[in-house]
Design a protein around this ligand. Structure first.
Ligand code: NOJ
Length: 757
């Protein structure tokens, strides 16, 4: 592939034109300015632009192991010498201005620094974890929260966030499930694009535009056994069909950077995989921005057993297509000599530097190195009441009502006595989730506070942990049982601590810790109406007193307004409308488990025998709560499925309509989902594939037609030769309320003329 200046440039221009938003093509003068700089840069200054280091100027709260330069003085020297191009994970305008001053006025060429950070679901105002927010099935909401995060992050001196995570998570044991949009490729693609649009805004040069970095490229969510940093053994087709599309969606939405994944794929670590990072990423997918390594991932090529030593690791990473090395310092240490010795062509380095400088240029850093470094903005744009209100709205929209026998909604007017039992009732340290380390946990609203506010009469609420998150408390269960007996309603707040999901938090089981399960079982024996509030960063396998409660809600880690959002839903101020972005299996051992699995040659059929069928001997291989499931306080019914034509001609489309009726007594919202199944294909297809969704709000008794359009492109898959193709034939379609129900119909895709008669 030709990686010269023209390719990079025309790529940037083409992407600008193709996406329309959010960045413009560079002007000729800007290109000339980059050319001129590259001519004047020494190899050391080039390697410096390709180096990103942890920010020791600003309060640094590491989500990573501490390695490399950790003090301000050494870092200042490096900046003055032009040996660093990007700092990450520090916040605060004053520190950033100090660092930028050194780069702009203290270094030979004055190239501004890029300030990056992990703003995953909020800076100071914390929104629900991305997996939780995915339950809204609402790209519009994801875009709004991303915009709010960008407004705060850029007010705190950041230019770029290492987000959104675009990895499709196929195994719930993997801790990083919490950071993405779940198990499905289409939902992840839609939300990835929405978040990028929100982060970047309409104009990259604006002070509040936060560059996005969809990560981790690629297939990190397919690690074997859900083991963090692990291996991926995957077919070319599955890679392209399941794991790459969210990145393509992100690039089309205007993302100009991405991050290579920690994992290896088919024996080659992503960080050293030229086929992946150059041929596929740039050649097939048309990406024209720059690639970060993940944290010290280039150095880790040695531990992978892929590089001989640090020098070799730097060589492999840069030749593969990693433009910016994060934290290891390998590029600055080894690139000068690698180029001198001919092991790495200067042209390769120049292309990488050009990509980085184009991005800095596109976001206006050369014209205004002080953009996003404004003390007034820092005072006025962070944790505003508007952002808190949005966090509350997003929190309520992220809750999924998994089951309800009618105990919910609660009625504050009835003055019922509530016992709030479990380690998460008054806990503030596990409200935010594992990726919100800039937020102040003290400012979060816990469940008890949210309930008290909603109940009006604080005396009616008794609160006790009953046990710790992992450990029993002496006498805790007895006190909890007594409180349950004295109450009219029990609310059990149980689940995972926030450090049980996130990076490096893979688990062998995805269950409620035993101490909490024992508490739940003891409280269940009291037989009071019981509502379970699950706190979690992944799908869970629930059992006993937790699963058998009168109502169960998935409440994830909801962020700053968690307690208020939960109270809004419990008391019916907000009708629950979330849908699961991940399937909840019956048992941990079913993982990896996802709804779009294959039939096998011996599927278990409804009402059929289970002998010699594709199932575990001990568990039915279905979901307790499937992808797309989520109840409301009202009841919705679908009928009248109609197709504009059961025949879909090659270049045309069909319209599918169904009638949704609110049969209950309350106003509510339902997300109607469209699924397909390709009956026969040259590569076996999943039993269902999620394609489209439509959110509808209806008054009691009201009906509305929901309309979807299907065209050939919606029926495509990746077939032989890695080509996307659709094959003529019969397709099942379902219009439903989850991945396991729905009105069923069929369409036939015809290649050419329709048969006569
Ligand atoms: C490692 C994580 O994998 C990545 O997602 C994150 O952005 C970096 N650390 C930087 O903190």
């Amino acid at each position: 592939m030709n990686l010269d200046r023209r390719t990079v440039l025309s790529g940037i221009i083409a992407s600008a034109i193709a996406s329309g938003l959010p960045f413009r093509a560079l002007a000729a003068a800007e290109v000339a300015r980059v050319d001129d700089l590259i001519k004047r840069m020494t190899i050391e200054e080039k390697a410096g632009q390709m180096t990103c280091l942890a920010d020791s100027f600003r309060p640094f709260n590491p989500p990573n192991p501490q390695v490399g330069i950790q003090d301000e003085k050494r870092l200042s020297d490096e900046i003055r010498k032009g040996r660093v191009g990007c700092l990450f994970n520090g916040i605060g305008v004053a520190g950033a201005r100090k660092a930028q001053e050194l780069a702009v006025n203290g270094s030979r060429l004055g190239i501004p620094l890029l300030f990056a950070g992990d703003v995953i679901h909020g800076l100071k105002t914390i929104f629900p974890v991305p997996l939780g927010e995915a339950s809204s099935f609402d790209p519009g909401l994801a875009q709004r929260t991303a915009r709010a995060m960008a407004i705060e992050a850029t007010a705190a001196g950041l230019h770029l966030t290492f987000a959104p995570m675009a990895d499709v998570a196929r195994d719930q044991r993997w801790g990083r499930v919490v950071e993405g949009a779940g198990e499905d490729v289409t939902l992840t693609s839609l939300l990835t694009a929405a978040r990028i649009r929100g982060f970047q805004g309409r104009d990259l040069r604006k002070d509040d535009s936060l560059l996005a970095c969809p990560k981790h490229f690629a297939a990190y969510g397919a690690v074997a056994g859900g083991l963090e940093y692990g291996n991926v053994d995957i077919s070319d087709e599955t890679l392209r069909e399941t794991h790459l599309p969210p990145f393509s969606a992100g690039f089309s939405a205007g993302a100009l950077t991405t991050m290579a994944a920690f994992n290896e794929i088919n024996g080659v670590p992503a960080t050293a995989d030229r086929t992946l990072l150059t041929d596929i990423l740039r050649g097939e997918m048309g990406f024209h921005g720059f690639v970060f390594s993940d944290y010290t991932a280039d150095e880790e090529l040695i531990a992978h057993g892929f590089a001989e030593d640090e020098r070799d690791a730097a060589r492999l990473a840069v030749l593969a297509g990693v433009d910016m090395s994060m934290q290891s310092g390998l590029y600055i240490r080894y690139l000068p000599d690698l180029v001198k010795s001919g092991a790495v062509p200067m042209g390769t380095v120049d292309v990488a530097v050009r990509r980085i400088l184009y991005v800095k240029m596109a976001m206006g850093l050369f014209d205004n190195p002080w953009r996003s470094l404004d003390e007034n903005a820092e005072k006025s744009r962070i944790e505003t009441s508007g952002h808190r209100a949005l966090a509350r709205e997003a929190g309520a929209r992220s809750i999924v009502l998994l089951q309800n026998d009618g105990v919910l909604p609660l009625d504050a007017g009835r003055k019922q006595k509530i016992a709030l039992i479990g380690p998460f009732g008054e806990d503030k340290t596990n409200l935010y989730g594992p990726w919100a380390f800039y937020g102040d946990p003290g400012k979060g609203i816990d469940v008890a506070s949210g309930l008290r506010e909603a109940m009006g009469d604080a005396e009616l609420l008794s609160v006790m942990p009953g046990c710790g998150i992992q450990d029993a408390i002496d006498g805790g269960i007895e006190v909890a049982v007594k409180a349950a007996k004295d109450a009219d309603i029990v609310i059990l707040a149980v689940g995972e601590a926030q450090d049980m999901s996130g990076e490096a938090q893979s688990r062998t089981t995805i269950e409620i810790p035993p101490a909490q399960q024992a508490l739940a079982d003891a409280v269940a024996a009291v037989k009071k109406p019981t509502v379970v509030l699950l706190r979690h960063g992944r799908a869970l396998a629930i059992h006993g007193g937790v699963a058998n409660a009168n109502a169960v809600l998935a409440t994830w880690f909801l962020g700053s307004e968690a307690g208020n959002a939960i109270a809004d839903v419990l008391f019916g101020k907000v009708d629950p409308s979330g849908k699961l972005p991940v399937s909840f299996p019956w048992e941990s051992g079913q993982e990896p488990f996802f709804y779009d699995r294959k039939s096998t040659g011996r599927p278990v059929l409804a009402r059929g025998s289970t002998e010699y069928k594709a199932r575990y001997a001990t568990t039915d291989n279905s979901a307790r709560y499937p992808f797309g499931h989520g109840l409301s306080y009202t009841q919705f019914a679908l009928d009248r499925l109609q197709l504009s034509d059961p025949a879909l001609r090659w270049d045309e489309s069909v319209t599918i309509t169904a009638r949704l009726t609110n049969k209950g007594k309350r106003r509510g919202s339902e997300t109607v989902q469209l699924y397909i199944r390709d009956r026969v294909a040259s590569r076996t297809r999943p039993i269902r594939e999620f394609k489209k969704m439509e959110r509808v709000t209806l008054e009691p008794g009201e009906s509305r037609a929901v309309r979807f359009t299907l065209a050939r492109a919606d029926l495509e898959f990746v077939g032989a030769g890695n080509r996307r193709l659709a094959e003529p034939g019969v397709f099942d379609i379902w219009v439903g309320q989850s991945s396991e129900d729905g009105l069923h119909g069929q369409i036939t895709l015809y290649a050419a003329e329709l048969p006569q008669g």
